[in-house]
Design a protein around this ligand. Sequence first.
Ligand code: BGC
Length: 749
Amino acid sequence: MSVDALLDQLTLEEKAALTSGSEFWYTVGVDRLGIRRVMVSDGPHGLRAQPQGGDHIGLNSSVPATCFPPAATVASSWDPSLLYEVGQAIGQEARAINLSVVLGPGVNIKRSPLCGRNFEYMSEDPYLAGELGVGIVDGIQSKGVGTSLKHFAANNQETDRLRVSAEVSERALREIYLPAFERVVKKSQPWTVMCSYNKINGVFSSENHWLLTEVLRDEWGFEGLVMSDWGAVYDRAKAVAAGLDLEMPPALPYSPDAVAAAVRNGTLPESVLDDRVRAVLRLAAQGAPILDLDESYDADAHHALARRVAGESAVLLTNDGLLPIAPGTIVAVIGEFALTPRYQGAGSSQVNPTRVVAPLEALSEVYETTFAPAYTIDAYEPDDALVAEAVAAATSADTVIMLLGLPGPEESEGFDRTHMNLPANQLAALAAVAAANPKLAVVLVNGSSVVLGDVMPHARALLEVWLGGQAGGGAIADIVSGAVNPSGRLAETLPHRLEDNSSYLNFPGGWQKVLYGEDVFVGYRGYDASHTDVAFPFGYGLSYTSFELSDLDVRTTGSVVTNDLAASVSVTVTNTGTKAGSHVVQVYVSDPVATIARPPRELKGFTKVALDAGASTRVSIDLDQRAFSFWLEPPHRWVVEAGDFEIAVGNDSRDLPLTHTITVDSPPVAAPLTEWSSYEEWLADDEGRALLDEASAAGQPDLRAYGDLVHVIGNFPLMSLTTFVGMSPDHDTVMEMAATWAAHHGATQ
Ligand code: BGC
């Protein structure tokens, strides 16, 4: 039966009931019409299906599933096709347990390094987060399983996340916080979007008509269902009116009663409820085929994929040639994390893994190893006996591989960090071990970024593996031994100090408000604008081979007037080293002269290429008009200003050897002239200037007669100048000029 035919047969009570779930992870079914209830479940990097009794923070056990590396890790692969493969695998695992919708991915922007859920998010950059989100959504949905793009929107902290209002400019929303969602919606049509808990400029996301209806559906063309985050609904009827289709989990019996009552008393039009119900019915139809499947998945193959993904995502930060370490070497593996791995974060994304390989186990398959824990994970005070034991192990080994990282309780859903430091006991152990044997490589395991000033002096090589998922141990062995050539790149800047981050003064806010005072200057956009030195820039990562970029060619087509300006950026990449490896070619765009403060450069394209030693290839990256635009409020739209744009191509956001300047033609962008426009604005406009000339010819005073004074008080609105009698046209003339201008241009431009 079609959705509309079903809708016709539903009672008001049934419709109201359909817009809430039936229990923690299930939608409502209507048996008499054959509408089946479907299951939704976390999460982004592996499934957390709880057949008995749900909770949203991973308290109850869940069905074993492959724990792939979380978003912070896979994002460092800069490889959407790899995320597609992960998505396919997660989709297959969902089919095997008859799960219709996977609650992920999360594409919120890493506004501050302190956000407790940064391990679940992709990047500080919206373009990168969006492209990677497309990869995983397409992968999962290719299996006929739905996704839930979350948390829409501006959920960039855990502190007070259910009540806090993100006070954020329209421009920062459009340029930073929304584009990753926009990209995934437009390219992949996720089956569902999950609204965030927080408010945006005072309005809860679940009740935000502008967000859920005007932007998401009307502008971006979203065709799926909007569900709430778990417990994010406040005023039930308002949420239905705003565009929220499904409340999860359901507040029973209150929510359906409230919705039905609102329709009955005329405060909620039934046609609006019908729109919400249509979305639920469509989802039930999409998800129903999954319910009858009897499929399985290849756990070994998925574990192997998890290992490959972790290997492709690790970022080599420094290396003086110590890595790779030849197999067979006598190695001291030091650090409790080698034995007790940290491989995922805590909260609703926590997966019950099918198996876990500890780094020590995997390294012992390649090297002759001794092990010393050096520190305990749950203590912060150095333990002298453990340090002495580690020093002894280091002294008798040829090379040391030391694991450092963040203990689980330091980063989780539900709260934010307060600092970016590694625990003091780990740092003390590192200093002692490095003094005993300086042939030392540090391997970092952490989901959120840490400051590395106390680590770098002691490490001849530094490998950031983030949280590697259940097979992360194997991936560490692969990279350290050279079986895999590192090719990860930072999806977030690593600053020297927390204080250098542009959100520092306004994170996490207080009294239920957080001011996004840095505006669009988030992540590298902020460090670059304030010329702040960083430890490792956005996009950075080393390899065991080397690459060179050459022969940049930029071809532009289309125009701003026809709204189809585009540029094709081509460059040759050569592997100039002696090993096969992969390189990420990155394209940044700058608008050096603009009428608004713009970030010095922004990532607008990238591609990852694999090349044998000595091989070369030509890559092409396409930029569309958006790549040159900024958001102007008003007129509330994307704008490209005429002038020169620099297209820079390179290896990271601060290593951009090739540049090319293009000149773009574009109609001038100006706000409509009114009596409150400045004298200078009137002068700058052709018709405005003509009207001033006319007034002058008719005997009205003319500020231009006073020479330099135009420079001094030209920024006064015309209306204010009328009080400076004798300097500019009088009140009535100004009103007439404004009316004439408006009549010729319409109310807005
Ligand atoms: C989280 C979501 C998650 C949901 C269900 C919420 O607390 O914010 O990301 O999908 O719980 O577990």
